[in-house]
Design a protein around this ligand. Sequence first.
Ligand SMILES: Cc1ncc(COP(=O)(O)O)c(C=O)c1O
Length: 425
Amino acid sequence: MSDDEQPLNLPIVGPANADPSEGSRWGESTRAVHGPRPGPPPQEPLGLPTYRTSAFRFDTAQDYADVLADRKPGYSYSRIDNPTADAFALGLATLEAHGLDHAVAAQPFASGMAAISTVMLTLCSAGRHVVAPAAVYGGTYGVLTHVLERFGVSATFVDGTDVDAVRDAIRPETALVWAETIANPTTAVADLPALADVCRAAGVPLAVDSTFASPVVCRPLEWGADLVVHSATKYLGGHSDVTGGAVVGDVDLVGRIRKTRLDLGGMLAPDEAFLLHRGLATLPVRVARHCATALAVAEAVAGHPSVERIDYPGLGSHPQHELAGKLFDAGPEGPRYGAILTITPRGGRAQGMALCDRLRVAAVATSLGGVHTVVSHVASTTHRQLDDAALATAGIGASSVRFSIGLEDADDLVRDIVGALDALS
Ligand SMILES: Cc1ncc(COP(=O)(O)O)c(C=O)c1O
């Protein structure tokens, strides 16, 4: 290349007087707003581009009308749809739908609660009814009791592991049965195929909050659920730096849920979608390691003299250990039973809080599913509304501490937790 020849890929703007295009005659502010942009790259970007835009520009007014009316594919407004958010939803769908012989659809949301409330507001109307587990996540309980109840929707809460109780609670007006793959903080495992049979016989959709499992541990659609819901804030993001949610499942139902989302506005933002999509790429590797470490910790802590009880589906003592073995995946690294475990030390509330305070590797923090091991004293945090009697009914001890096992070295975590338990005795 001679010195005066410019490389092909150097961005060049011609001199204003020599450039005959209309753009060259525009004033300073117009040029500032409408600066030239490169066209779509001829090579597909390996990383996911973030479409950090709230609006999309159309060639014609007719195109705009057609896309808005869903007559033509495309994007108009990022509260409605956004390519980065769709990439995350599709990525999750491909993990959740593995092994299915039918198509599924997916929708992204601003949070797990946005996903849950939008599902419920789509399927329920005045006079209808929902069956949900008594130990359901507090936010879900809040939507059913504080919100939907005001609009004439009732709910019956039953033991989520008791399939007969779920069957008995279904009424002609039941619009939805809700389940959680792994319950918080008891780690009770739902019998998804049996619940799906009950729901199918009653003609009622089954929606499963699978936040604690992630599709790497269990895929509820494979076991007959109609919808699977996630707080993507947890394992899908995986680094405690993003809030999001998602719904995957039956194409017709998810289409209706999308319509409700457009009206309610709980849409995932593009930057958050980028992080969640990136999280999916390492989800299998992360979750496999989370699970292996959690099993090692559970086994190391199980016989400790300060421990009254430990709840973890990977232990033979767990009431649904066998069911978990059937529903949950295994990988080359071993079985996957999730990475949430609840340790109930001997003693009352003070012992639970003391256990939390003595930990050095594990952090006292809310949320779960991230790279850091985090703990919460259940009775004073996630289940603070329950007194000791109500806690006992729900199978939770006053001293119970929920652990979300992170990606630290198992040996360090075992030393940290066993050391804290030693100090309690
Ligand atoms: C099981 C479960 N479902 C739903 C949610 C709500 O998710 P988000 O906080 O992303 O709204 C949470 C949050 O902790 C959860 O643990």
